[in-house]
Write a protein that binds this ligand. Structure first.
Ligand code: UDP
Length: 366
């Protein structure tokens, strides 16, 4: 039996890795252990609970210091000690977080092969997203297996000289999670909204959005909502205290904008599917809205998910107040042809079977 360890540290990693954990655990060839790193402890534990996945190792991280370097070095040290004792034959990491990067590097130093799920996403700008672009590029140097979600991400890796026989196009496991949750298999609750209300879902959490850009995004939202009486906006707030402070300041007294605690991903997926328009700087949410065909304004200047723009569902609006205001205002116009053209589901990010493909590939190569 091949002993593998799956390491995750944030909510999106857990959402995208749990379907794979469940799939790998069905197979006799593998002995799977799960390690959580407390980069976002509470949000991550909630996701594991919904999927019914239990962590075998929980590494606590001191988050009192804001430096990414301090965070990354703690993860490397703790994961390094765990790996040198446990000696799994494969380490699986996902995406581009500090946990994925530091764990991949720790495995590399221990001589343990690394499988990278969601490999090959690029903006080719080290400042956006920061520091994720560095993390994913570095992971491509240390990984043995590269599971690229799309044809574009596979092409990026091949162009960078990664050996073709180590790169596999699998689809994104985020679509597996989305399909599982919308099928009702994971429980959750639906919210009812009056039929004549158009729902706007707003999320922002990126490091490069903090401060003035986030304040501008919220002001744009407030202006649009004030001018459009049939719109209701929901803003699930990321736990980051700086985000909460800015949101409270900019949205104080705003009508028809509800600030809410972050819903579980299952409830969040339902809200997405009920939304008229989504405004976000998130990466994973772009995959979900493209899959569902929910028109989305991406509040960034670049995206590593350009497939969603080609599919027509995503509109890049930058992070400046007036730019966002103009795009959203246009899309909310009655009978907007631009809006109608964006509202079409696309399978460009996956078909819900990425975990099966990854497990098959790992089984074949073991
Ligand atoms: N999500 C959630 N609740 C929320 C906001 C997002 O469960 O209030 C989910 C969302 O469905 C997606 C993931 O979290 O699967 C995206 O995470 P996030 O935006 O924090 O990170 P990113 O994808 O940008 O790394």
């Amino acid at each position: 039996m091949k002993r593998m360890m799956i390491i995750m540290g944030t909510r999106p990693e857990a959402i995208k890795l749990c379907p794979l954990v469940l799939e790998l655990k069905k197979r006799d060839r593998f002995s799977v252990s799960v390690c959580t790193v407390g980069q976002h402890s509470d949000l991550l534990k909630d996701v594991l609970k919904i999927f019914g996945v239990t962590a075998d190792f929980c590494l606590e991280i001191d988050r009192s210091h804001p430096s990414i370097g301090v965070l990354t070095s703690q993860i490397m040290e703790k994961v390094g000690i765990l790996l040198s004792g446990e000696k799994p034959e494969l380490v699986v990491v996902q995406g581009d977080t500090a946990t994925a990067f530091a764990s991949g590097l720790a495995a590399f130093y221990e001589g343990i092969p690394v499988a990278h799920v969601e490999a090959g996403l690029r903006t080719y700008r080290l400042d956006a997203p920061f520091p994720e672009e560095l993390h994913r590029r570095a992971l491509s140097l240390v990984a043995k297996y590269h599971f690229a979600p799309t044809a574009l991400s596979k092409r990026n890796l091949l162009r960078e000289g990664i050996a073709e026989d180590s790169v596999y196009k699998t689809g994104n496991t985020s679509v597996d999670a989305l399909r599982m949750s919308l099928s009702g298999a994971l429980g959750g609750v639906s919210t009812c909204f009056p039929p004549n209300v158009r729902l706007l879902l707003f999320t922002a959490h990126r490091r490069e959005s903090l401060g003035a850009p986030l304040a501008g995004m919220l002001r744009a939202l407030r202006r649009v909502v004030e001018e459009t009486p049939d719109v209701l906006a929901l803003c699930p707030l990321h736990p980051n205290p700086e985000i909460r402070r800015i949101a409270n300041e900019e949205l104080f007294g705003a009508r028809r904008i509800r600030v809410i605690e972050p819903p579980s991903f299952v409830d969040f997926h339902r809200l997405l599917s009920q939304s008229y328009l989504v405004l976000t700087d998130s990466g994973g949410i772009q995959e979900e809205t493209v899959t569902l065909g929910i028109p989305t304004v991406v509040m960034r200047y670049s995206s590593e998910r350009t497939e969603g723009m080609c599919a027509g569902v995503l509109r890049l609006a930058g992070s400046d107040e007036d730019g966002i205001y103009e795009v959203v205002k246009r899309l909310l116009e009655k009978d907007s042809a631009e809006y109608a053209a964006m509202k079409k589901p696309s399978a460009v990010f996956g078909d819900g079977r990425a975990s099966v493909r990854i497990a098959d590939l790992l089984e074949k190569s073991s």
